[in-house]
Design a binder for this molecule. Structure first.
Ligand code: DGL
Length: 299
């Protein structure tokens, strides 16, 4: 049945029948190399865990796509990860967390799914009151960070800036170019005018730009990388579920939907080694919502 469209109702039953073991991998996904900033934190904080990393490089950038497109991509990735037997998924992608997490949590009820936005928002209010968020246009338009921050601290002030140039710059490995500094200056300007005291990397790609951003920000501005905090949350969740791995991990499995070569080149710099990267096709999932499924008695 490989590569045949799957009925999601059956995918759900499949996931319900699984009893994940602590030895199963944690699934981590992003549109591309952004999730490597989360992977780095996983290696640091949870060194015994085995990881299945997926970069949807054939369809990046996510940050300029519509909500329905993002939702469909995320459903396909999660269905594939469930088939691969993961015990938990970390959405190492703010855009997916902003636009799809609530829906897919209800559609994959037995799979622990963690997003980056709430852990990032909680961390930001610990250090600041005037909070800037740089993100993809889709994340900024969703107001997911503003809502999450104000829910935790209604007295905080939040300014969000969508930065459409950043992901293409990072995926093309153009970080050190003058053009990148100019784009960063333009995006930071409205936030510096507001005298922010805290800046959240609202896209997992952006820590790759840390040298550029730090050179343009006053030293008093605290930088928040939600990757650090989502991995801390994952660690707690694994403890709660009794799913933490205590033995040595398997090598990280890297999979991408597009050409592996650009991903290998950029991730080599970030990881300090050359990863083995496999190109995979996601199963196409014919979607029926849970609501529609439950109205039907036929499955
Ligand atoms: N790194 C992702 C995020 O955090 C996706 C960026 C993109 O593909 O636009 O939003």
């Amino acid at each position: 049945m490989k590569n045949q469209p799957s009925d999601f109702g059956r995918q759900t039953e499949f996931s319900l029948n699984q009893f994940p073991s602590s030895q199963a991998s944690i699934g981590v996904f992003d549109s591309g190399v952004g999730g490597l900033t989360v992977l780095r934190e996983l290696y640091r904080q949870l060194p015994n865990e085995s990881i299945l990393y997926f970069g949807d490089t054939a369809r990046l950038p996510y940050g300029t796509k519509s909500q329905s497109e993002i939702l469909q991509y995320v459903r396909e990735i999660l269905a594939w990860m469930v088939q691969r037997g993961v015990k938990m998924v970390i959405m190492a992608c703010n855009t997916s967390s902003a636009l799809a997490i609530e829906t897919v949590r209800s559609e994959f009820p037995t799979l622990p799914i963690l997003g980056v936005i709430l852990p990032g928002a909680r961390a930001a209010v610990q250090v600041g009151k005037r909070i800037g968020v740089i993100s993809t246009p889709a994340t900024a338009a969703s107001n997911a960070y503003r809502d999450a921050i104000l829910e935790v601290d209604p007295t905080a002030e939040v300014w969000q800036v969508g930065c459409p140039e950043f992901v293409p710059i990072i995926e093309a490995n153009r970080i050190d170019e003058p053009y990148t500094y100019q784009a960063a200056r333009d995006y930071l300007e409205p936030l510096l005018e507001q005298q922010i005291d805290t800046l959240v990397y609202g896209c997992t790609h952006y820590p790759h730009l840390a040298p550029v951003l730090k050179s343009l920000l006053p030293r008093s501005v605290q930088l928040i990388d939600p990757a650090v905090h989502v991995v801390a949350a994952a660690s707690q969740e694994l403890d709660l579920l009794g799913l933490k791995q205590s033995r040595s991990p398997r090598p990280t499995e890297f999979c991408v939907s597009g050409n592996p070569q650009p991903f290998i080149k950029i991730s080599r710099q970030w990881l300090g080694c050359t990863p083995l990267v496999q190109q995979v096709s996601l199963p196409s999932v014919i979607w029926k919502s849970i609501a529609l499924e439950s109205e039907s008695t036929s499955f």
